[in-house]
Design a protein around this ligand. Structure first.
Ligand code: AAT
Length: 299
């Protein structure tokens, strides 16, 4: 009984487990930062797992990657310079590359093993790295982790139109990515009226964390701050949220995209069709359930 209970001890979702059937294990390794596992499942295609937590599956990765990329990029006119923190699988890069206005994409991923594994087992995601606008930096998005001056602190002030934080849950290497100093460095690196979109967990499981992140973001980003969500079956509770903010400057109306994807030439002509995101889904993503509005202030 005690051995079985170990499975219910994940601090992000105590008391529950989520299962998919493993057909065979394709890769198992330990990087300097985390345990990396790839397996073939029977129902969701290949699955990438970091420290025992599902990061993506071939079947439903489209929902997360398309939303976290296009919610911010379709909310500003003609984005040019973008930073991704995390996202070593390349899926978010693949989505960003649909935007023909973009000239420069930086990605700051902590773990080279994730990139190598993705190139080997997830070519449909790692294709994102082939875009010549992509500049890869293997480094961490954190401030105090290994070195004191990190990638974001070195970035010129106001360099980016958009920053996408595609990071893992805040246990392990991504812990500092939900804390105030990190958001302050993000705000500094954005131009006035620039936007950030963060992975922001599940409204069913993490209202406290969402509340904390919202409070920090309201203090840090003087434009607007919103919460949006989407269905991702293999993430715990089946949904994932996005905290999306803008800095002071030209106002950003997140709920009504000024740069609708249907008008982005590169997105329409891209050889891989969008599977999840469209302008209707964008607008719907900001509709919040009553319990969430009641439990979390500032929404
Ligand atoms: N796109 C797939 C979804 C992810 S991947 C999260 C990525 O963030 C991983 O590649 C991980 O190595 C990277 N990462 C973690 N910490 C840092 C850091 N400090 N700096 C840079 N990159 C980091 C997210 C899945 C969310 C799962 C929700 N339950």
């Amino acid at each position: 009984k005690a051995a079985k209970n170990v499975y219910f001890n994940n601090p992000m979702w105590p008391g529950e487990v989520h299962s998919v059937k493993v057909e065979n294990i394709l890769f198992k390794g330990k990087s300097d930062f985390q345990e990396v596992l790839v397996f073939e499942s029977s129902a969701y295609g290949k699955v990438l797992v970091l420290d025992g937590i599902v990061q993506l599956t071939e079947k439903d990765e489209c929902a997360y990657q398309e939303m976290i990329a296009h919610l911010p990029l379709c909310s500003i006119p003609s984005p040019k310079s973008v930073l991704v923190v995390g996202g070593g699988d390349g899926g978010v890069l693949r989505e960003i590359s649909r935007h023909s206005s973009i000239e420069h994409i930086d990605i700051c991923e902590i773990d080279k093993m994730v990139i190598d594994v993705s190139k080997k087992f997830f070519p449909e995601l790692a294709v994102g790295f082939e875009d010549p606008r992509v500049h890869l930096h293997i480094d961490d998005g954190m401030i105090n982790f290994t070195l004191s001056i990190k990638f974001l602190r070195n970035a010129p002030k106001g360099k980016y139109d958009a920053i996408i934080v595609d990071s893992s849950d805040p246990v392990g290497p991504a812990q500092e990515l939900v804390e105030k100093p990190f958001f302050e460095t993000i705000a500094r690196a954005l131009r006035p009226g620039g936007v950030v979109c963060n992975m922001a967990e599940s409204m069913w499981l993490h209202t406290h964390l969402i509340q904390d992140m919202l409070s920090i973001c309201h203090e840090t980003f003087k434009g607007s701050v919103h919460y949006a969500w989407a269905s991702v079956p293999t993430y715990p509770s089946g949904v994932i949220g996005f905290l999306i903010c803008s800095t002071e400057g030209p106002p950003v109306d997140f709920k009504n995209p000024v740069n609708p994807i249907e008008n982005v030439e590169g997105a329409v002509k891209h050889k891989r069709e969008l599977k999840f995101y469209n302008s209707e889904v964008h607008q719907a993503a900001f509709a919040l359930p009553t319990f969430l509005k009641r439990e979390v202030s500032l929404l």
